[in-house]
Write a protein of this length. Structure first.
Lengths: 505, 179
């Protein structure tokens, strides 16, 4: 198969000492980021992005994606040992992971978490390897109307499927799209929404906003809480490893189910966090002994971790194949692609084969190396939490400022970062989701360009979005998803009327 | 087999549970909606001035953002409406007095850090920020704070300025050493 040849080529690109060293550095930094309070996958990737500006794109993406894998692994450490989910997607891991640690089975829980993370990722990477090239080559036929309809689908699915109040998602998204439009208009060359400020001519940089929204605001939020920790430390011995791995095949249904759920939700925009909960809940529902969940059952660690990693990895599929990120972190990686001068989208598979297959190969290798690394070094990383937050917080602030400044060498961006930090803090506290904002900001100008090019091509006729069966069905699907809550309620009511006898309160 | 040793980190200045609230979520939410409506109107006006109609070849530069401003204003007004029709919503504390004090303990130094970066350069500012924060907020011994922040700032300088060629704002002190 062609994919195998290309993948082999990807491994060749990857297997240089420099790339492998960067991979290790990325993984270690990533685990740090995952373990430390007040940092997480998206923040870590955003803050460390400037390090990669002078690298070639392949080394850069390998290091950044390894930071991402590392953060995914690191989240499990704090969830299990300290009952503190380092990431939203690790919350479900604490349900059974922490009880296990309390019973003195921390090493077992950690082994289970790391191994199942690995399996989840592997499932998603296999999916990417075999699906992404096909989707990309299909998407090569897309013109501006098709692309706009795909963007529309992404935005609408966020609104329709998100769990937050609809108007808050819409506010977040509209604000992101508006801010993406600040500066020089790419089609007409006119200035928009700059109000005469020369600093706004460059536009509002996506990465600056992300560093503020996730990095600075997260520190403000962390400070609000009580920072005392109490936890267990653990060392994983070969015997524990062997015992867990020996038992693992028994849970193959759980692992497979969680992988599939994770991969599906990861591809759907905005589904990454839901995946771990769904994986957990389904494992519980299908279990013969649902009562034992939450009391330290190993299956309760397998299920959410597999799903979380599968979704975290699968989120990269739409990013690679279509240029549409499936998660906040994927959105930041997409921002990175643009900084390195690559144009995200289906053409990547044609124009930058080395890059794409190097990245996919690094997903395999990074996960294997990451698994070995976390299994052997858990005690070291758990000890990181002993470092007082008063030392970590200002260091994170400095790293954020370096990141924000480095993007465009502008002092204005440091102030903008601070402003976004405050905005992020307030938005999080009143429940306005930040993920749609991030996505809108990174996709905004591309969506607008696609819309206007489609309009220019069609002479201003909006019917172009229903002009053929492909674009028509995507656009229609977008509207169905947008009004999904209304539709599902209506469908529910109709079926209720049809079957009044079976109605359950 | 796992060797169990407890890891414990204390937080002596943690915010008290019963600290009185400064304001409710409701007040902040309403304020945010009002700000967003104002922002939306401002942006809508600017885009109307740029041109929000159709030229012969398609939408003008202000078309897309103008309608987005309208959507933003609409969603914010809807949010305001829900606030007024559900007077019981968002009564919980937005931030308590203790929490606000702690948040300010990070925010004010961060603000000063940004200010200092403009004059003294980023590396000196970061040295001052980390040492000051560790010593004053974290109550960590002065020598430890100074040493940690010096080492961190040097690592950053070597990593970015020398190894990766990422240029940061620099001030008079770096100039003394010829950078």
């Amino acid at each position: 198969m062609e994919a195998f040849t290309l993948l082999a080529h990807g491994f060749v690109v990857l297997l240089t000492w420099k790339t492998l060293a960067l991979m290790m550095v990325g993984l270690v930094l990533g685990i740090f980021v995952g373990v430390l309070p007040g940092l997480g996958g998206p923040n870590g990737v955003a803050i460390l992005l400037p390090l990669t500006f002078t690298m070639d794109p392949t080394s850069a993406i390998v290091m950044l994606s390894c930071i991402y894998w590392g953060a995914l692994f690191g989240g499990a450490i704090t969830s299990i040992l300290f009952n503190i989910p380092g990431e939203a997607w690790s919350v479900a891991t604490t349900f059974d992971g922490y009880p296990m640690a309390q019973q003195g089975r921390a090493a077992e829980a950690l082994t289970a978490a790391f191994t199942s993370s690995f399996i989840g990722s592997l499932f998603a990477v296999l999916l990417i390897t075999f699906l992404a090239p096909g989707i990309a080559s299909f998407a090569l036929q897309f013109g501006p109307p098709e692309f706009f309809s795909v963007y529309l689908l992404t935005f609408c699915s966020f609104v329709g499927l998100g769990r937050e109040a609809k108007h808050k998602t819409i506010i977040s998204m509209a604000l992101g799209l508006l801010l993406a439009g600040v500066g020089m208009d790419t089609v007409s060359g006119q200035l928009r929404m700059t109000f005469g400020f020369s600093d706004l001519l460059r536009g509002i940089n996506f990465l600056v906003a992300v560093i503020g929204l996730f990095g600075i605001s997260e520190i403000l939020l962390t400070m609000e809480e009580r920072l005392a920790l109490r936890g267990h430390s653990a060392r994983i011995s070969l015997r524990v490893l062997w015992n867990v791995w020996k038992d693992m095949p028994r849970y193959w249904i759980t692992l497979l189910r969680s992988s599939a759920i994770g991969a599906w939700l990861g591809i759907t925009p905005g589904g990454a966090i839901a995946a771990s909960f769904m994986g957990y809940n389904l494992a519980k529902r299908f279990s013969k002994d649902p009562e034992s969940f939450g009391k330290g059952r190993i299956e309760g660690v397998f299920a959410p971790e597999t799903a979380a990693h599968a979704s975290g990895t699968a989120a990269l599929l739409p990013m690679l194949a279509l240029g549409i990120p499936g998660s906040g972190t994927a959105a930041i990686l997409l921002g990175g692609l643009m900084v390195w001068g690559l144009n995200p989208g289906p053409l990547l598979f044609v124009e930058h084969k080395d890059f794409v297959w190097g990245l996919i190969a690094s997903m395999y290798l990074g996960n294997i190396v990451g698994l070995v690394l976390v299994l052997t070094t858990v005690p070291v990383f758990a000890a990181v939490l002993r470092v007082p937050f008063a030392a970590i917080a200002p260091m994170i602030v400095v790293s954020c400022a370096i990141g924000a400044y480095a993007i465009q060498n502008a002092m204005f961006d440091i102030w903008l970062m601070l402003l976004f930090g405050v905005v992020g803090y307030v938005f999080k506290k009143i429940g306005i989701p930040l993920a749609p904002f991030t996505l809108a900001l990174v996709l905004g100008s591309r969506a607008e360009d696609a819309f206007r090019l489609a309009m220019i091509g069609a002479g201003g006729d909006l019917r172009v979005f229903w002009s053929n069966s492909l674009v028509g069905s995507i656009t229609t699907l977008a509207f169905i998803l947008l009004f999904w809550p209304v539709i599902s309620k209506a469908v529910g009511r109709v079926s209720e009327l049809l079957q009044p006898a079976k109605r359950t309160g | 087999m796992s060797s169990e040793t407890e890891i414990a980190v204390e937080d002596p200045t943690a915010p008290a549970e019963d600290s009185p609230p400064v304001t409710s979520t409701r007040v902040v939410e309403i304020a945010v909606y009002l700000v967003l409506v104002a922002l939306a109107l401002l942006l809508a006006f600017d885009n109307w001035r740029t041109g929000m109609g159709w030229a012969s070849d398609g939408p003008q530069a202000g078309y897309f953002p103008f309608y987005l401003s309208v959507i933003l204003a609409g969603a914010s007004l809807y949010g305001l409406g829900t606030m007024f029709f559900n007077p019981s919503e968002g009564r919980e504390a937005f931030v308590t007095r203790d929490q606000l004090r702690r948040v300010m303990q990070v925010f004010v130094p961060t603000f000063l850090f940004c200010l200092f970066t403009q004059w003294l350069g980023l590396y000196v500012a970061s040295f001052v920020l980390i040492a000051g924060f560790m010593w004053m907020v974290g109550r960590i011994a002065l020598w430890k704070s100074l040493l940690t922040s010096f080492v961190f700032s040097m690592i950053m300088f070597v990593t970015f300025e020398i190894a990766f060629d990422v240029i940061m704002p620099k001030g008079p002190i770096e100039a003394l050493f010829g950078y």
